[in-house]
Design a protein around this ligand. Structure first.
Ligand SMILES: NC(=O)c1ccc[n+]([C@@H]2O[C@H](COP(=O)([O-])OP(=O)(O)OC[C@H]3O[C@@H](n4cnc5c(N)ncnc54)[C@H](OP(=O)(O)O)[C@@H]3O)[C@@H](O)[C@H]2O)c1
Length: 173
């Protein structure tokens, strides 16, 4: 069975986006995302797919969740349920749930691992949020803070968590 991982970047209030875009430009976080997901499967909602500037992410198995007909999408696998998406990933070592909010909500019920970048700022104009996280269910295995610099106007911290043993029932909602 594959490891199911959620990967996200959130502000201090769990904001993840605005008007179907990200709220920040943090190149080192993009690098972390690329490094973690390259060579693996990525599962995303239709709106997140539409927000990608160059379409499907290279060197990854792109899976888009949607209820729309598959003909509307190119260079990606299209699934109309999380169960179907996971079936497509049976042979993968790690599957990354890359957003947005709708996909994160379902994925957090079944994830084994959480890669979370905390952006140390509050974006008052955000319109979409990561679901509330119950940290009692997670053990932190990485905590790597980075100050703001010329390329990163906000400070941020890379966290990685693994599901606490015994706290996990892998059952789709
Ligand atoms: N900060 C981050 O790490 C991060 C990461 C990713 C995205 N984002 C941001 O998040 C926002 C987009 O998130 P969102 O919640 O609005 O949209 P989303 O989750 O990307 O997409 C929602 C759509 O996905 C489809 N979908 C989701 N779950 C499904 C399921 N189980 N079965 C079938 N279809 C399913 C539906 O498409 P249909 O309507 O076509 O049926 C639904 O309307 C953007 O602002 C984006 O920039 C942020």
């Amino acid at each position: 069975m594959s490891i199911i991982s959620v990967i996200t970047a959130v502000d201090e209030h769990n904001a993840i986006g605005k008007k179907n875009r990200l709220l920040w430009n943090l190149p080192f976080d993009m690098q972390r995302f690329k490094g973690a997901t390259t060579g693996h499967a990525v599962v995303m909602g239709r709106r997140t797919f539409e927000s990608l500037p160059k379409g499907a992410l290279p060197n990854r198995k792109n899976i888009v969740l949607t209820t729309l007909p598959p003909e509307s999408f190119i260079d990606v696998f299209v699934c109309n349920s999380m169960t179907d998406a996971l079936e497509l990933c049976e042979k993968e070592t790690e599957v990354f749930m890359i957003g947005g909010a709708m996909v994160y909500k379902a994925a957090m019920e079944i994830a084994d691992k959480l890669y979370l970048t905390r952006v140390h700022h509050v974006f008052d104009d955000a319109d979409i949020f990561f679901p509330e996280i119950n940290f009692d269910e997670w053990d932190e295995i990485e905590n790597d803070p980075h100050p703001a610099d010329e390329q990163h106007i906000y400070a941020y911290t890379f966290h990685t968590y693994v599901r606490r043993l015994g706290g996990h029932i892998r059952q789709l909602p």
